[in-house]
Design a protein around this ligand. Sequence first.
Ligand code: AMP
Length: 281
Amino acid sequence: MNLIVTIPEFRDARANLFGTVGFVPTMGALHRGHMSLVKKSNQLCDFTVVSVFVNPAQFAAGEDLSTYPRTLDSDLKLLSNYNVECVFAPTSETMYNTDFSTFVDENSLSSGLESLSRPHFFKGVSTIIAKLFNIIQPSHAFFGEKDAQQLRVIQRIVENLNFPIQIIPGPVVREENGLAMSSRNEYLNKEERSRAGILYSALLKTQKQITDGERSVKKIIDLVRKTLHSEPLAKVDYISIVNDKTLIEVQGDVSGDVLVSLAVYFSDIRLIDNITIRFPE
Ligand code: AMP
């Protein structure tokens, strides 16, 4: 497994990879969620490339760019247990030189949900992913359903900008109490971490409600809010029910597949989670 930090070096290495190349983009501080995508790439592709880059363009002023966990040594150790051809870990200066002025801006799927709280976010994600796709030139790229809106935005970009890349989603990997694994979980203290399982409990209740026949979006959201409010440490940012394909808010009654998403603060740590609920036949 090679650690590569510059683009010319990566291009040289890439020129020697004959076969399918699976790409797993990450911001590091790797956990089992990331590893599930690496495993999938190992199963599907001849070679696997992982990037580790904390992308400044997706953080707004006041967010956690400077404190985001950077653990490259232990990330490399973890990755060495898998079949990883190389790890691309460029510096910010390499990815954004001083005359950087070109952005990718998807304008439909990016507009609601996470964007309402983090308006800068998807432009930053879309731009870095397009750049990484152009550098890595993968045949397949792996993204977690943990970031459901991000996954759909990237699928749209690949389609709209004709990247010859197959996007492969991976299911959310969870801690024992149901909390979706996230590098940001490291910020939580022990008590917060154990209580944060409430996000998934609320999502599972929603799933049960819909399969039991409840259709009213208002009633479903009320129950989620009530569940989350039962946990005094949890402060709700948003609860949303959108059409699973268009990501447009469902009004009135649920009548097709929906994506239920939550963003909840524990202290000042913002956690997100989601579940896709298939409309019962
Ligand atoms: P990040 O390092 O947070 O930018 O995540 C890199 C990739 O790992 C993204 O495609 C995420 O959706 C995915 N990912 C992060 N956490 C999980 C998880 N708990 N389960 C599955 N995929 C995840």
